[in-house]
Design a binder for this molecule. Structure first.
Ligand code: FES
Ligand code: FES
Length: 178
């Protein structure tokens, strides 16, 4: 028999809470996250992956799920500025961190320069891999603003694309690094 759950505390001013159903999910833990500049506290099971939390709890479905084993890169997000696999991290491991997903790139309805470069370079077809490529490219450009084509290829070697091919993606990153 489930113990009656205590009424959840009201959120601190300025924080957004993901909707939860405590009585039927008694093993949840609270995790504080900053995502794309917004503060959240989510209640998740300890085994919940970060990408599932972002997509299903916060509705940020731009981060995609492909292999779920760290191979394809579709789930890549920035965590405190580092590109990480959202499928390999537990949400609880992200406690107190700042996360950027693809939804955080455009500002005021305008694509970011990197997104525009992908568009202008025809660096996507179906787009399934694109959020991961954008995030990995951002991480590269943050630590190396003027990479060589070889460095771009190395930095993106953990992201798989099944339809575009890689030359136009490298073109896009090179274009946005000029
Ligand atoms: S879904 Fe995470 S690396 Fe493929
Ligand atoms: S654009 Fe389709 S998988 Fe990359």
């Amino acid at each position: 028999m489930l113990a009656a759950a205590a009424a959840p505390l009201p959120p601190p001013s300025g924080w957004r809470y993901a909707l939860v159903d405590l009585p039927h999910r008694p093993n949840q833990v609270a995790v504080d996250l900053e995502v794309n500049g917004e503060q959240y506290t989510v209640l998740v099971e300890p085994r919940r992956s970060l990408v599932d939390c972002l997509r299903d709890d916060l509705g940020l479905t731009g981060s995609h799920v492909g292999c779920e084993q760290g191979v394809c890169g579709a789930c890549t997000v920035l965590l405190d500025g580092e590109a990480v696999r959202g499928c390999l991290l537990l949400t609880v491991q992200a406690q107190g961190t700042s996360i950027t997903t693809v939804e955080g790139l455009a500002q005021g309805g305008e694509l970011s320069p990197l997104q525009s470069a992908f568009h202008e370079s025809f660096a996507l077809q179906c787009g399934y891999c694109t959020p991961g490529f954008l995030i990995s490219s951002l991480a590269l450009l943050a630590r190396n603003p003027h990479p060589s084509r070889t460095e771009v290829r190395e930095a993106l070697s953990g992201n798989l694309c099944r339809c575009t091919g890689y030359d136009t993606i490298v073109d896009a990153v090179m274009a946005s690094s000029r």
